[in-house]
Unconditional design. Structure first.
Length: 402
Protein backbone atom coordinates (compact mmCIF):
# COMPACT_ATOMS: atom_id res chain seq x y z
CA UNK A 1 0.00 0.00 0.00
CA UNK A 2 1.25 3.45 -0.99
CA UNK A 3 -0.25 6.15 1.19
CA UNK A 4 -0.53 9.79 0.15
CA UNK A 5 -2.85 12.71 0.81
CA UNK A 6 -3.32 13.57 -2.87
CA UNK A 7 -2.74 11.40 -5.93
CA UNK A 8 -2.32 13.33 -9.19
CA UNK A 9 -2.89 11.28 -12.33
CA UNK A 10 -1.15 12.78 -15.37
CA UNK A 11 2.41 13.98 -15.94
CA UNK A 12 1.83 16.75 -18.43
CA UNK A 13 2.19 20.46 -17.70
CA UNK A 14 -1.06 20.60 -15.73
CA UNK A 15 -0.42 17.50 -13.63
CA UNK A 16 3.13 18.41 -12.63
CA UNK A 17 1.96 21.96 -11.89
CA UNK A 18 -0.73 20.61 -9.55
CA UNK A 19 1.85 18.43 -7.82
CA UNK A 20 4.22 21.38 -7.43
CA UNK A 21 1.52 23.69 -6.09
CA UNK A 22 0.35 21.18 -3.50
CA UNK A 23 3.88 20.23 -2.45
CA UNK A 24 4.77 23.89 -1.93
CA UNK A 25 1.78 24.04 0.42
CA UNK A 26 3.35 21.16 2.41
CA UNK A 27 0.72 18.65 1.30
CA UNK A 28 1.79 15.06 0.73
CA UNK A 29 1.35 14.42 -2.99
CA UNK A 30 2.16 11.59 -5.39
CA UNK A 31 2.03 11.89 -9.18
CA UNK A 32 1.74 9.01 -11.63
CA UNK A 33 1.68 8.83 -15.42
CA UNK A 34 1.35 5.84 -17.71
CA UNK A 35 4.16 7.15 -19.95
CA UNK A 36 7.04 9.59 -19.70
CA UNK A 37 6.51 13.12 -18.45
CA UNK A 38 5.05 15.46 -21.10
CA UNK A 39 4.30 12.49 -23.38
CA UNK A 40 0.70 13.52 -24.07
CA UNK A 41 -0.60 16.86 -25.28
CA UNK A 42 2.13 18.93 -23.62
CA UNK A 43 5.07 17.47 -25.52
CA UNK A 44 3.17 17.47 -28.82
CA UNK A 45 2.01 21.07 -28.89
CA UNK A 46 3.49 23.74 -31.14
CA UNK A 47 5.05 25.23 -28.03
CA UNK A 48 3.82 28.80 -28.32
CA UNK A 49 3.58 30.84 -25.14
CA UNK A 50 0.37 32.58 -26.11
CA UNK A 51 -0.04 36.30 -25.65
CA UNK A 52 -3.81 35.82 -25.71
CA UNK A 53 -4.17 37.44 -29.11
CA UNK A 54 -5.34 34.20 -30.70
CA UNK A 55 -8.45 34.18 -28.49
CA UNK A 56 -8.92 37.89 -27.85
CA UNK A 57 -12.03 38.63 -29.90
CA UNK A 58 -13.98 35.42 -29.19
CA UNK A 59 -12.97 34.55 -25.61
CA UNK A 60 -11.57 37.65 -23.87
CA UNK A 61 -11.51 36.01 -20.43
CA UNK A 62 -9.33 33.15 -21.67
CA UNK A 63 -7.18 35.63 -23.58
CA UNK A 64 -6.69 37.69 -20.42
CA UNK A 65 -5.57 34.56 -18.56
CA UNK A 66 -3.05 33.84 -21.34
CA UNK A 67 -1.65 37.37 -21.23
CA UNK A 68 -1.29 37.32 -17.43
CA UNK A 69 0.43 33.91 -17.44
CA UNK A 70 2.60 34.94 -20.39
CA UNK A 71 3.93 37.83 -18.32
CA UNK A 72 4.29 35.76 -15.16
CA UNK A 73 6.23 32.94 -16.82
CA UNK A 74 8.77 35.45 -18.07
CA UNK A 75 9.57 36.11 -14.42
CA UNK A 76 9.56 32.58 -12.99
CA UNK A 77 10.61 30.46 -15.98
CA UNK A 78 12.73 32.61 -18.29
CA UNK A 79 15.12 29.73 -19.03
CA UNK A 80 12.22 27.77 -20.55
CA UNK A 81 11.38 30.52 -23.05
CA UNK A 82 12.69 31.99 -26.27
CA UNK A 83 11.66 35.64 -26.52
CA UNK A 84 10.76 35.59 -30.20
CA UNK A 85 7.78 37.92 -30.19
CA UNK A 86 5.00 37.34 -32.68
CA UNK A 87 2.91 38.91 -35.42
CA UNK A 88 -0.60 38.52 -36.78
CA UNK A 89 -0.53 38.89 -40.56
CA UNK A 90 -3.30 40.09 -42.85
CA UNK A 91 -2.83 38.73 -46.34
CA UNK A 92 -4.52 40.08 -49.43
CA UNK A 93 -7.18 37.36 -49.24
CA UNK A 94 -8.01 38.02 -45.57
CA UNK A 95 -10.90 40.06 -44.16
CA UNK A 96 -9.64 43.50 -43.05
CA UNK A 97 -12.61 43.83 -40.68
CA UNK A 98 -11.44 40.72 -38.82
CA UNK A 99 -7.97 42.26 -38.49
CA UNK A 100 -9.54 45.37 -36.94
CA UNK A 101 -11.64 43.33 -34.48
CA UNK A 102 -8.64 41.27 -33.46
CA UNK A 103 -6.39 44.31 -33.00
CA UNK A 104 -9.03 46.19 -31.00
CA UNK A 105 -9.69 43.16 -28.77
CA UNK A 106 -5.96 42.87 -28.03
CA UNK A 107 -5.77 46.55 -27.14
CA UNK A 108 -8.78 46.11 -24.83
CA UNK A 109 -6.81 43.46 -22.94
CA UNK A 110 -4.06 45.99 -22.23
CA UNK A 111 -1.72 44.48 -24.79
CA UNK A 112 0.73 46.86 -26.46
CA UNK A 113 -0.30 46.54 -30.10
CA UNK A 114 2.08 47.87 -32.75
CA UNK A 115 0.67 47.98 -36.29
CA UNK A 116 2.97 47.65 -39.30
CA UNK A 117 2.51 47.91 -43.04
CA UNK A 118 3.43 44.93 -45.16
CA UNK A 119 6.72 46.56 -46.11
CA UNK A 120 7.55 47.34 -42.48
CA UNK A 121 6.91 43.73 -41.52
CA UNK A 122 9.13 42.45 -44.34
CA UNK A 123 11.94 44.70 -43.12
CA UNK A 124 11.77 42.77 -39.83
CA UNK A 125 10.86 39.37 -41.29
CA UNK A 126 12.31 39.21 -44.82
CA UNK A 127 10.84 35.74 -45.36
CA UNK A 128 7.28 37.08 -45.01
CA UNK A 129 5.13 36.93 -48.13
CA UNK A 130 4.67 39.89 -50.50
CA UNK A 131 0.95 39.20 -50.01
CA UNK A 132 1.09 40.48 -46.41
CA UNK A 133 -0.72 43.82 -46.44
CA UNK A 134 -0.32 44.69 -42.76
CA UNK A 135 0.44 43.10 -39.42
CA UNK A 136 0.45 43.82 -35.72
CA UNK A 137 2.99 42.73 -33.15
CA UNK A 138 2.04 40.69 -30.06
CA UNK A 139 4.11 39.39 -27.11
CA UNK A 140 4.06 35.73 -28.13
CA UNK A 141 7.09 33.62 -27.22
CA UNK A 142 8.24 30.05 -27.76
CA UNK A 143 8.35 27.72 -24.77
CA UNK A 144 10.23 24.47 -24.31
CA UNK A 145 7.64 21.96 -23.03
CA UNK A 146 10.41 19.62 -21.87
CA UNK A 147 12.24 22.28 -19.86
CA UNK A 148 9.03 23.68 -18.38
CA UNK A 149 7.74 20.28 -17.30
CA UNK A 150 11.00 19.05 -15.79
CA UNK A 151 11.63 22.33 -13.98
CA UNK A 152 8.14 22.11 -12.50
CA UNK A 153 8.59 18.43 -11.66
CA UNK A 154 11.98 19.06 -10.04
CA UNK A 155 10.54 21.80 -7.85
CA UNK A 156 7.66 19.52 -6.88
CA UNK A 157 10.12 16.76 -6.00
CA UNK A 158 12.33 19.13 -4.01
CA UNK A 159 9.25 20.18 -2.03
CA UNK A 160 8.48 16.53 -1.18
CA UNK A 161 6.30 15.25 -4.03
CA UNK A 162 6.86 11.69 -5.24
CA UNK A 163 6.78 11.28 -9.02
CA UNK A 164 6.37 8.00 -10.92
CA UNK A 165 6.52 7.90 -14.71
CA UNK A 166 5.53 4.71 -16.54
CA UNK A 167 3.01 3.90 -13.81
CA UNK A 168 -0.46 3.54 -15.33
CA UNK A 169 -3.66 3.69 -13.30
CA UNK A 170 -5.40 0.34 -13.74
CA UNK A 171 -8.45 0.67 -11.48
CA UNK A 172 -10.12 3.15 -9.14
CA UNK A 173 -12.21 1.79 -6.30
CA UNK A 174 -15.07 3.94 -5.05
CA UNK A 175 -16.68 2.84 -1.81
CA UNK A 176 -19.49 4.50 0.11
CA UNK A 177 -19.59 7.42 -2.32
CA UNK A 178 -15.90 8.24 -1.84
CA UNK A 179 -12.72 7.28 -3.69
CA UNK A 180 -11.06 4.51 -1.72
CA UNK A 181 -7.98 3.08 -3.42
CA UNK A 182 -6.31 3.35 -6.82
CA UNK A 183 -4.48 0.44 -8.40
CA UNK A 184 -1.31 1.63 -10.15
CA UNK A 185 0.92 -0.64 -12.20
CA UNK A 186 4.29 -0.18 -13.82
CA UNK A 187 7.15 1.25 -11.81
CA UNK A 188 5.06 2.12 -8.75
CA UNK A 189 3.09 -1.15 -8.81
CA UNK A 190 1.01 -0.49 -5.69
CA UNK A 191 -2.44 0.12 -4.30
CA UNK A 192 -2.59 3.85 -3.55
CA UNK A 193 -4.61 5.11 -0.60
CA UNK A 194 -5.34 8.83 -1.15
CA UNK A 195 -7.82 11.28 0.34
CA UNK A 196 -8.12 13.11 -2.98
CA UNK A 197 -7.43 11.95 -6.54
CA UNK A 198 -6.85 14.61 -9.21
CA UNK A 199 -7.55 13.53 -12.78
CA UNK A 200 -5.21 15.63 -14.93
CA UNK A 201 -4.96 13.25 -17.86
CA UNK A 202 -5.86 15.65 -20.67
CA UNK A 203 -7.56 13.95 -23.63
CA UNK A 204 -7.76 10.76 -21.56
CA UNK A 205 -9.78 12.44 -18.78
CA UNK A 206 -12.99 10.74 -19.84
CA UNK A 207 -11.37 7.30 -19.63
CA UNK A 208 -9.78 8.01 -16.25
CA UNK A 209 -13.07 9.33 -14.87
CA UNK A 210 -14.90 6.23 -16.12
CA UNK A 211 -12.66 4.12 -13.87
CA UNK A 212 -14.23 5.98 -10.95
CA UNK A 213 -17.73 5.58 -12.39
CA UNK A 214 -18.22 9.22 -13.38
CA UNK A 215 -18.67 10.97 -16.71
CA UNK A 216 -16.42 13.68 -18.12
CA UNK A 217 -17.66 14.38 -21.66
CA UNK A 218 -14.70 15.09 -23.91
CA UNK A 219 -14.21 15.83 -27.58
CA UNK A 220 -10.49 15.36 -28.22
CA UNK A 221 -9.22 16.79 -31.48
CA UNK A 222 -5.99 15.89 -33.23
CA UNK A 223 -3.63 18.23 -35.00
CA UNK A 224 -0.44 17.75 -36.99
CA UNK A 225 2.78 19.74 -36.60
CA UNK A 226 5.13 19.82 -39.56
CA UNK A 227 8.83 20.60 -39.06
CA UNK A 228 10.93 21.89 -41.95
CA UNK A 229 14.27 23.62 -42.27
CA UNK A 230 13.82 27.18 -41.02
CA UNK A 231 14.04 29.65 -43.94
CA UNK A 232 15.03 32.48 -41.61
CA UNK A 233 11.93 33.05 -39.51
CA UNK A 234 12.83 34.20 -36.01
CA UNK A 235 9.40 35.12 -34.72
CA UNK A 236 5.98 33.47 -34.36
CA UNK A 237 3.80 34.16 -37.40
CA UNK A 238 0.02 33.90 -37.02
CA UNK A 239 -2.46 34.25 -39.88
CA UNK A 240 -5.01 36.91 -38.96
CA UNK A 241 -8.18 35.08 -39.86
CA UNK A 242 -10.62 32.85 -37.97
CA UNK A 243 -8.72 29.74 -36.75
CA UNK A 244 -8.08 27.35 -39.62
CA UNK A 245 -5.61 24.75 -40.82
CA UNK A 246 -2.05 25.97 -41.30
CA UNK A 247 -2.22 29.34 -39.60
CA UNK A 248 0.91 29.42 -37.42
CA UNK A 249 4.67 29.24 -37.98
CA UNK A 250 6.85 28.68 -34.91
CA UNK A 251 10.65 29.11 -35.03
CA UNK A 252 12.69 26.49 -33.18
CA UNK A 253 16.33 27.13 -33.98
CA UNK A 254 17.16 25.60 -37.34
CA UNK A 255 13.60 24.28 -37.69
CA UNK A 256 10.28 25.97 -38.31
CA UNK A 257 7.28 24.10 -36.90
CA UNK A 258 4.10 24.63 -38.89
CA UNK A 259 0.66 24.05 -37.44
CA UNK A 260 -1.94 22.83 -37.34
CA UNK A 261 -5.19 20.97 -38.02
CA UNK A 262 -8.18 20.27 -35.78
CA UNK A 263 -10.10 17.05 -36.38
CA UNK A 264 -12.39 15.40 -33.85
CA UNK A 265 -11.27 11.91 -32.84
CA UNK A 266 -12.94 9.16 -30.85
CA UNK A 267 -9.77 7.64 -29.45
CA UNK A 268 -6.79 9.84 -28.44
CA UNK A 269 -4.51 6.82 -28.87
CA UNK A 270 -5.76 5.60 -32.25
CA UNK A 271 -6.62 8.03 -35.03
CA UNK A 272 -5.80 8.59 -38.68
CA UNK A 273 -2.73 10.62 -39.64
CA UNK A 274 -3.37 11.47 -43.30
CA UNK A 275 -0.56 12.77 -45.48
CA UNK A 276 -3.06 15.22 -46.98
CA UNK A 277 -3.20 17.06 -43.66
CA UNK A 278 0.58 17.52 -43.73
CA UNK A 279 0.45 18.89 -47.26
CA UNK A 280 -2.41 21.24 -46.37
CA UNK A 281 -0.54 22.71 -43.40
CA UNK A 282 2.61 23.17 -45.48
CA UNK A 283 0.66 24.87 -48.28
CA UNK A 284 -1.30 27.19 -45.98
CA UNK A 285 1.76 28.25 -43.99
CA UNK A 286 3.63 28.93 -47.23
CA UNK A 287 1.04 31.61 -47.95
CA UNK A 288 2.60 33.56 -45.05
CA UNK A 289 6.17 32.55 -45.85
CA UNK A 290 6.66 31.33 -49.45
CA UNK A 291 10.11 29.82 -48.85
CA UNK A 292 8.44 27.14 -46.73
CA UNK A 293 7.04 25.57 -49.88
CA UNK A 294 10.59 24.81 -51.01
CA UNK A 295 11.52 23.00 -47.81
CA UNK A 296 11.28 19.23 -47.46
CA UNK A 297 9.35 17.88 -44.50
CA UNK A 298 11.92 16.77 -41.94
CA UNK A 299 9.52 15.31 -39.39
CA UNK A 300 5.91 15.42 -38.28
CA UNK A 301 4.22 14.81 -34.96
CA UNK A 302 0.59 14.75 -33.93
CA UNK A 303 -0.97 16.10 -30.75
CA UNK A 304 -4.43 15.67 -29.24
CA UNK A 305 -6.23 18.57 -27.56
CA UNK A 306 -8.06 17.89 -24.28
CA UNK A 307 -11.31 19.70 -25.12
CA UNK A 308 -14.07 19.49 -22.53
CA UNK A 309 -17.41 19.30 -24.36
CA UNK A 310 -20.44 18.96 -22.07
CA UNK A 311 -22.65 20.44 -24.82
CA UNK A 312 -23.23 17.79 -27.46
CA UNK A 313 -24.37 20.44 -29.93
CA UNK A 314 -20.87 21.87 -30.34
CA UNK A 315 -18.99 18.61 -30.72
CA UNK A 316 -19.44 18.56 -34.48
CA UNK A 317 -17.49 21.81 -34.83
CA UNK A 318 -14.14 21.13 -33.19
CA UNK A 319 -12.86 24.69 -33.55
CA UNK A 320 -15.88 26.17 -31.75
CA UNK A 321 -15.19 24.30 -28.50
CA UNK A 322 -13.74 26.52 -25.79
CA UNK A 323 -10.00 26.35 -25.14
CA UNK A 324 -10.63 27.41 -21.55
CA UNK A 325 -10.36 24.96 -18.67
CA UNK A 326 -12.91 23.27 -16.41
CA UNK A 327 -12.53 22.10 -12.82
CA UNK A 328 -15.00 19.36 -11.86
CA UNK A 329 -15.71 17.92 -8.43
CA UNK A 330 -17.47 14.56 -8.71
CA UNK A 331 -18.87 14.37 -5.17
CA UNK A 332 -22.43 14.83 -6.43
CA UNK A 333 -21.88 11.94 -8.86
CA UNK A 334 -21.04 9.59 -6.01
CA UNK A 335 -17.25 9.92 -6.16
CA UNK A 336 -16.26 12.35 -3.42
CA UNK A 337 -12.55 12.97 -3.37
CA UNK A 338 -12.28 12.65 -7.15
CA UNK A 339 -11.55 15.89 -9.02
CA UNK A 340 -10.97 16.48 -12.73
CA UNK A 341 -9.13 19.42 -14.30
CA UNK A 342 -9.35 19.49 -18.07
CA UNK A 343 -9.02 21.79 -21.07
CA UNK A 344 -6.79 24.82 -21.09
CA UNK A 345 -3.39 25.04 -22.69
CA UNK A 346 0.32 24.97 -21.91
CA UNK A 347 0.39 28.74 -21.31
CA UNK A 348 -2.22 28.55 -18.54
CA UNK A 349 -1.15 25.30 -16.85
CA UNK A 350 0.11 27.08 -13.72
CA UNK A 351 -3.18 28.96 -13.31
CA UNK A 352 -5.19 25.78 -13.82
CA UNK A 353 -3.09 24.07 -11.17
CA UNK A 354 -3.55 26.94 -8.71
CA UNK A 355 -7.34 26.71 -9.04
CA UNK A 356 -7.18 22.93 -8.64
CA UNK A 357 -4.92 23.12 -5.58
CA UNK A 358 -7.17 25.76 -4.00
CA UNK A 359 -10.12 23.42 -4.44
CA UNK A 360 -8.24 20.42 -3.06
CA UNK A 361 -7.15 22.42 -0.02
CA UNK A 362 -10.71 23.54 0.59
CA UNK A 363 -11.90 19.93 0.44
CA UNK A 364 -9.14 18.89 2.85
CA UNK A 365 -9.86 21.77 5.21
CA UNK A 366 -6.38 23.22 4.72
CA UNK A 367 -5.77 26.97 4.59
CA UNK A 368 -2.47 27.52 2.76
CA UNK A 369 -1.89 30.04 0.03
CA UNK A 370 -0.61 29.35 -3.48
CA UNK A 371 3.08 30.24 -3.92
CA UNK A 372 3.68 29.29 -7.54
CA UNK A 373 3.27 32.81 -8.95
CA UNK A 374 6.15 34.10 -6.83
CA UNK A 375 8.57 31.16 -6.61
CA UNK A 376 10.94 30.91 -9.61
CA UNK A 377 11.31 27.48 -11.13
CA UNK A 378 14.66 25.70 -10.86
CA UNK A 379 16.94 26.81 -13.66
CA UNK A 380 14.90 29.95 -14.30
CA UNK A 381 18.15 31.72 -15.23
CA UNK A 382 20.24 28.65 -16.07
CA UNK A 383 19.36 26.80 -19.29
CA UNK A 384 22.23 24.35 -18.76
CA UNK A 385 20.69 23.24 -15.48
CA UNK A 386 17.35 22.80 -17.23
CA UNK A 387 18.91 20.59 -19.88
CA UNK A 388 20.53 18.52 -17.14
CA UNK A 389 17.08 18.04 -15.62
CA UNK A 390 15.68 17.02 -19.02
CA UNK A 391 18.38 14.37 -19.18
CA UNK A 392 17.61 13.23 -15.63
CA UNK A 393 13.85 12.88 -15.93
CA UNK A 394 11.96 10.61 -18.32
CA UNK A 395 10.56 13.05 -20.90
CA UNK A 396 8.91 12.62 -24.30
CA UNK A 397 8.49 15.98 -26.03
CA UNK A 398 8.89 16.06 -29.82
CA UNK A 399 7.82 19.72 -29.72
CA UNK A 400 11.35 20.49 -28.51
CA UNK A 401 12.84 19.37 -31.80
CA UNK A 402 15.47 16.90 -32.77
Amino acid sequence: MHETTVLVVGGGATGVSVARDLALRDIDVTLVDRDALAAGTTGRSHGVLHSGARYAERDPDDAADCLAENRLLRDIAAGCLDETGGYFLQLAADDPAYFERKRAACADLGMAVETLSGDELRERVPAASPAVERAFAVPDAVVSPARLVVATAADARDAGARLYAHSPVEAIDVSGGHVDTVAVGGRLDAMVDAEVVVNATGPWAERCAALAGVDVPMQPTCGVMVAVENPGVGTVLNRCRPPADGDIVVPRGDEAVLGTTSVAVDDPDDFERPRAAVERVLSECAAMCPALAERAVERTYWGVRPLYAPDEAVRGDARSISRGFALLDHADAGAAGFVTVVGGKLTTARKMAAATADHVCERLGIDRACRTAEEPLPGADDPARLDALVAEFTVDAPADGR
